[in-house]
Design a protein around this ligand. Structure first.
Ligand code: UDX
Length: 471
């Protein structure tokens, strides 16, 4: 049955939710208090890059099922479900800043009809639902009928609409069983498990999920370093590890570190909750520390290949924190750029969609509109983001335009055999560094004599990968 839904906050989470529910046939009002952003949305500009979203928003607007307003009271008055999807940024000492949630609760609390379900979609600490409830009751009286439901989202940028339609699980928390059923009912077309629980547990499911995924990535990054030092291919080793069903293979890709709007903030939020309650989250602190070091590890790889970077031209491919988004928040690519700039390198960069956002925070980088322009005359090219187009680079052309063919593949997306065949000095993360020298040694000497043996070793390893009969 179509519902009337209001979504407060037309940022990333809010707009994806609004678009999805409108596409499912519900009548959705998106509330956005930033006048510029609101005007953009009303003119069909979604304001960020998310594959497929602009088209779905436009279709829903045309069908009259998605409208935008700056007036929360107007937006929620007719709605029976109100989703709070405002930001919960990191405040001082890692704490979660709940001011936007509190403001949204006040804005909607004064206007909602009795019986409305207020859904907390933002990532919030365990006590937030009680706070929202008390803000509304302060405005409308203790007896005012309102149900608050904690309903965390698990969307990944770059594939968020798909994630809305194919969730692994639906989590709804609260103490009104009928309200939980109604929110879970919005996903009746999906086959996934529904977890009905209390507010605190629902909130914790989100934090624990992100903390565990972040820990997997930091595990991969730390062990990849060890494998580099021991001359072991971490990716090959992990094929053997991941076949253990208790472990699996996802989220073990080593790289320049995790970034984005969730992992760094949510792990820091969890650490702050631990500190506040007297629980020292040693493991989570290490997850952050490992992650913090990773861009410098990429820098050390660059340095080991090109020597002191002062005056050298280093080209970064990819600036967003991962592929298929223009989001550069906490992007490790930008940290690599900052380190290089502080060491006196000339930093060039190309990203298919994140250039504008990167420019505003890092104007000192020289931006190019294509890979080969960015790489012309470069002393090293560093793949920082796993964009699809970087997987199929024309290595012949790339090596010809560069001053020195050095390829640092911080996402392990280029076949090392192909790179070596095109006369590159190649270095991935965790691919074993025996061919490239130890990392702190300064520039690798020219080891042409070792090249044949290295190609053979990599070809053997690639063949084992293909046939699946590796050790
Ligand atoms: C994450 C969670 O996956 C999602 O459930 C939650 O709702 C929000 O936070 P997102 O930030 O979009 O989503 O990105 P994700 O795909 O999870 O990647 C997070 C970071 O980890 C990226 O910087 C990514 O490059 C990095 N990563 C991920 C790795 O370095 N290696 C991996 O194997 C996986």
């Amino acid at each position: 049955m179509p519902e009337r839904i209001a979504v407060i906050g037309m940022g990333y989470v809010g707009l994806v939710n609004a678009a999805h529910f409108a596409a499912e046939g519900h009548e959705v009002t998106g509330v956005e208090i930033n006048p510029q952003r609101l005007a953009g949305l009303q003119n069909g500009e979604i304001g960020f890059y998310e594959p497929g979203l602009a088209e779905v928003v436009a279709a829903a607007q045309r069908a009259g099922r998605l409208t935008f307003t700056g007036d929360a009271a107007e937006g929620v008055r007719e709605s029976r479900m109100v989703f709070l999807a405002v930001g919960t940024p990191k405040a001082a000492n890692g704490r979660v800043d709940l001011s936007q949630i509190e403001r949204a609760a006040r804005d909607v609390g004064g206007a909602i009809a009795p019986g409305t379900i207020v859904v907390i979609r933002s990532t919030v600490p365990t006590q937030t639902a009680a706070r929202v409830q008390s803000i509304i009751r302060d405005l409308r009286g203790e007896q005012f009928p309102v149900a608050v439901v904690s309903h965390p989202e698990f969307l990944q940028q770059g594939s968020a609409l798909w994630g809305m339609a194919h969730p692994d699980r639906i989590v709804v928390g609260g103490d009104d069983p009928m309200a939980l059923d109604r929110i879970a009912g919005l996903y009746h077309g999906t086959q996934c498990a529904v977890i009905k629980t209390n507010h605190q547990t629902a909130s914790m499911i989100k934090y624990l999920s992100n903390a565990f995924l972040a820990a997997k990535v930091s595990f991969a990054n730390e062990m990849a370093k060890l494998c580099d030092a021991l001359g072991v291919d971490f990716l090959e080793a992990m094929r053997g590890v991941g076949l253990d069903r208790r472990i699996g293979t996802d989220f073990f890709a080593p790289g320049p570190g995790f970034g984005g709007s969730c992992f760094p903030k949510d792990v820091a939020g969890l650490v702050a909750m631990g500190d506040e309650t007297g629980v020292d989250l040693v493991l989570m602190k290490s997850v952050l520390r490992t992650n913090h070091r990773q861009p410098r590890y990429v820098y050390r790889k660059i340095r080991s290949q090109v020597g002191p970077v002062r005056g050298k031209v280093i080209t970064l491919l990819g600036l967003s924190f991962k592929a298929n988004t223009d989001d550069v928040r906490e992007s490790p690519a930008l940290d690599v750029a900052r380190i290089l700039l502080s060491e006196g390198a000339v930093v060039r960069a190309y990203d298919p969609v994140a250039e504008d956002r990167s420019r505003t925070v890092l104007p000192a980088v020289r931006y190019s509109s294509d890979v080969y322009g960015a790489a012309t005359g470069a002393d090293a090219v560093v793949v920082c983001t796993e964009w699809e187009e970087f997987r199929t680079l024309d290595l012949d052309r790339l090596s010809k335009v560069m001053a020195v063919p050095v390829l640092i593949d911080a996402r392990n997306i280029i076949n090392p055999v192909d790179a070596l065949h095109h006369a590159f000095r190649y270095s991935g993360i965790g691919r074993g560094s025996d061919w490239h020298g130890t990392l702190d040694d300064g520039p690798a000497e020219d080891r042409q004599s070792g090249r044949g043996a290295e190609i053979e070793r990599l070809e053997e390893s690639a063949a084992r990968g293909r046939t699946g009969d590796g050790p």
